[in-house]
Design a protein around this ligand. Structure first.
Ligand SMILES: Cc1ncc(COP(=O)(O)O)c(C=O)c1O
Length: 381
């Protein structure tokens, strides 16, 4: 089955008793046992709940993985993955990535003895140089990165990490399985902030882990059940509901994003545009090889950092807010929002500077969006 069909059929007719077309919300913490030693297969909702199970099944199918796991947020999903490691282990991590992921490495897991080296994972030589023999256990990649849209060659990196017995973990939030399926390139674990494109409506938090090898599925299943940051039944249902329109939303979003990126790159008030769909983007070709689209996230630098406040204050159709992937276009100021917890020197070294704005392009009429940006940048209505 093609991705659009799998997505549209998310949670379809899972209840064999009533024939309900939409998966019911099984709002229950526990399940009655028919007799001592007999189970319906459902014992307690932290371990398994039918609504969450329907969502986990479809997300595994979409990512072409062995098993899917739903968590209360993207950060809860990443936490579960990091629990695979032990004190003394070292991970190589994309240097330009969501600030919350940087924060969890530095502020939560460092105290348990997990160490990290941040490198540009689009540069294999830099990744190879970061290896600490006997300590490095995995590589954690965002591609495209947040917010500078650097592209890592998944084929090249997994060939190398496999031959060095390292796990490869990819945060596939920006692309979604509609556009990119990292497990098919030999990646071991995919994580998502399901809050973003998969939910798609800025109304639900969720996180996802999808695993390929059975051994990893079993370990994540244990971590999910024992630590318990699972997605609740109502939110699992909202995710199923959102997934149904994933492909048409993303089609429209990326069509809009390409038009906006092209318009911004012709604008004399804009210094630089970061969008992998532009032919001049350094990762354009690799992205074309490993994905079926370029997504709808883009960043741009304005000529003068002092204009940032006026742009943010003047937008009318575009909303100034954190997050991304919803049907509404959002503008984000990474230095103050998504990347506010990264020390200034590190942030500036990787290029997350105070002249940079990020757009998550929605499904509105693109002419309205361009007009809104034009008036916000120039101050002319
Ligand atoms: C790429 C990426 N990964 C993970 C997360 C964390 O997800 P959540 O906010 O659902 O915890 C985010 C949040 O912005 C993100 O952008």
């Amino acid at each position: 089955m093609k991705i659009a069909t799998i997505a549209a059929h998310a949670g379809l007719c899972t209840d064999g008793v009533t024939g309900a077309v939409s998966t019911p919300i099984y709002q229950t913490a526990t399940f009655r046992h028919p007799a001592l030693g007999v189970s319906t297969g459902y014992d307690y909702s932290r371990t398994i709940n039918p609504t969450r199970q329907a969502f986990e099944k479809v997300i595994a199918e979409l990512e072409n993985g062995q098993r899917g796991f739903a968590f209360a947020s993207g950060m809860a999903a990443i936490t579960a993955v990091l629990m695979l490691f032990s004190s003394g282990d070292h991970l190589i991590v994309s240097d330009d990535l969501y600030g919350g992921t940087y924060r969890i490495f530095e502020r939560n897991f460092q105290q348990f003895g997990l160490t990290t080296t941040y490198v540009d994972t689009s540069n294999l030589a830099a990744v190879q140089k970061a290896v600490i023999p006997d300590k490095t256990k995995a590589i954690f990649i965002e591609t495209p990165t947040n917010p500078l849209m650097k592209i890592t060659d998944l084929c090249e990196i997994t060939a190398w990490s496999r031959s060095n017995h390292l796990l490869t973990i990819v945060d596939n939030t920006f692309m979604t399985p509609y556009l990119q399926r990292p497990l098919e390139f030999g990646v071991d674990i995919v994580v998502h902030s399901g809050t973003k494109y998969l939910g798609g409506h800025n109304d639900v938090l969720s996180g996802i882990v999808v695993t390929r090898p059975l051994e990893l599925s079993e370990r994540i299943a244990f971590i999910q059940n024992s630590t318990g940051a699972v997605l609740g039944p109502q939110d699992s249902w909202l995710m199923l509901r959102g997934l149904k329109t994933l492909t048409i939303r993303v089609d429209k979003q990326q069509e809009n994003a390409l038009k906006i990126a092209s318009w911004l790159s012709q604008n004399k008030n804009v210094k630089q545009v970061y969008y992998p769909g532009l032919p001049g983007h350094p990762g354009h070709q690799v992205q074309q090889q490993q994905s079926s689209g370029f997504g709808a996230m883009l960043s741009f630098r304005v000529q003068n950092a002092e204009w940032v406040a006026q742009i943010i204050n003047r937008v009318k159709i575009i909303t100034f807010a954190e997050s991304l992937g919803g049907v509404e276009t959002l503008i984000t100021y990474p230095v103050k929002q998504t990347h506010g917890d990264i020390p200034v020197d590190i942030r500036e070294k990787i290029g997350v500077t105070d002249d940079l704005l990020r757009l998550s392009v929605g499904i509105e009429d693109v002419d309205d969006l361009i007009q809104d940006l034009e008036q916000a940048i120039t101050g002319k209505e």
